[in-house]
Design a binder for this molecule. Structure first.
Ligand code: TRH
Length: 377
């Protein structure tokens, strides 16, 4: 019998909430034959990742997923077998009543934020609050055994590997974005929040002996890029050269194409949660701009990840990449760290592959969720 899932997503800000839930919904349909309704309160954010979304519809089908606009005025709806509240979003009270009234009680889970901190292992799968007799459970993604793992579609690494072996496919893809890769230049993607460290990083690349070509999808960091270039504004298609650095602005592309962009690049600067994970699956060195939280809680998360990620690196490579990440997240001078990262580039490139394979040896998050449900019933 087909298991019915309801996934609830409120778009708090940016694209991570919808990015993660859309990915999960598709995978549950494609690989686990689940019937999935994805409830989203902001279809405009969704449309950026998936241009087929019709923002005017309250109900539509996309890639086998029933996408429902989550209205402010909730209308009575029957509850599914499995209910996922993404990132602690509050479900409509009438829906919670529908869960409680169901003949067979549904499994209710909170899909939490990703963190490499150790406490996650102790909390993953534990019961949380109850509504009437319906128990909610914590489900934590993570990088270690004992967590819910990471979202990874079946065949993802094989697809990536084939694409990375295929120069023509890469060239055609980049060409579609108006990008012509210069021979010998380092290709870098840049997706970040506003960052005071950007000027020093770009300066370092502009004055480097080796050429760099930085691709920046439209977004929050463009203001800093424009300031460094000394231009009024930047739009998709803009291309500027300063010394050894070429800066090119790209449109915000569909989610699957963003993967291909990461696969093409030698180095990826990413942010938040979903792009951070996708850069790890790209198997290339990366720079993470973590989502800032109150009281600098995010810095503990950053250190927890670094402690895991840098295991096995030589002292110099560890110092280089950790220094780069810390400087970026503090908006500090990047020059020295970038230089050191360049010197360790071979080791960091091998390490990125090894880390990717190690992470891929664990069950992916969608499979872990399905297993959790099977064990629960
Ligand atoms: O957009 P984000 O900053 O989202 C954040 C984080 O998830 C953060 O943890 C959360 O608390 C906050 O939202 C509310 O970064 P993230 O998570 O990388 O999500 C970006 C999504 O956008 C991801 O699915 C990749 C996708 N994307 C595209 O589809 N096309 C693009 O061109 C780019 C640059 C990104």
């Amino acid at each position: 019998m087909t298991v019915r899932w309801d996934i609830f997503c409120t778009v708090v800000d940016n694209f991570g909430d919808i990015g993660v839930t859309w990915r999960l919904a598709r995978q549950l349909v494609a690989e686990h034959r689940c019937a999935v309704r994805l409830w989203v309160d902001d279809l405009r954010a969704f449309e950026r990742l998936c241009p087929e979304i019709d923002v005017g519809l309250c109900e539509q089908w996309q890639q086998g997923v029933q996408v429902r606009h989550w209205p402010t005025q909730w209308c009575d709806t029957d509850a599914a077998d499995v209910v996922i509240a993404a990132f602690a979003c509050q479900l409509p009270s009438a829906y919670m009543d529908a869960m409680a009234e169901r003949e067979v009680t549904p499994l209710w889970m909170n899909l939490d934020y990703l963190s490499a901190e150790d406490w996650v292992i102790g909390c993953h799968g534990l019961p949380s609050v109850k509504y009437k007799h319906v128990q909610k459970y914590f489900f934590f993604p993570g990088f270690q055994e004992g967590t819910g793992g990471l979202l990874r579609e079946a065949g993802l690494l094989e697809h990536r590997w084939l694409f990375q072996q295929d120069d023509v496919a890469q060239r055609n893809f980049l060409h579609g974005l108006g990008v012509v890769r210069e021979p010998g230049a380092r290709l870098i993607s840049l997706f970040a929040y506003e960052n005071a460290g950007l000027a020093s990083w770009f300066e370092a690349m502009a004055t480097d002996a080796r050429a760099s070509h930085v691709l920046v999808p439209e977004g929050r960091v463009l203001g800093d890029v424009a300031r460094w270039l000394g231009v009024d504004g930047l739009e998709s298609g803009a291309l500027h050269r300063r010394g050894a650095l070429t800066v090119q602005v790209l449109p915000f592309i569909r989610q699957d194409d963003y993967d291909r962009l990461l696969w093409c690049c030698d180095f990826n600067a990413v942010r938040g949660e979903d792009s951070f994970v996708r850069a790890q699956w790209a198997g290339r060195p990366l720079l993470w701009h973590i989502y800032q939280q109150e009281e600098d809680v995010h810095l503990e998360k950053l250190e927890a990840f670094l402690a895991l990620y840098t295991q096995g690196l030589s002292a110099s490579a560890e110092k280089a990449i950790s220094g780069l990440w810390r400087a970026w997240n503090a908006g500090q001078d990047m020059a020295e760290h970038w230089k050191a990262t360049g010197e360790a580039r071979r080791e960091l490139a091998e390490h990125a592959q090894a880390w990717c394979l190690e992470q891929a040896s664990r069950a992916d998050l969608a499979t872990a969720l399905v297993k959790f449900y099977r064990n629960w019933i």
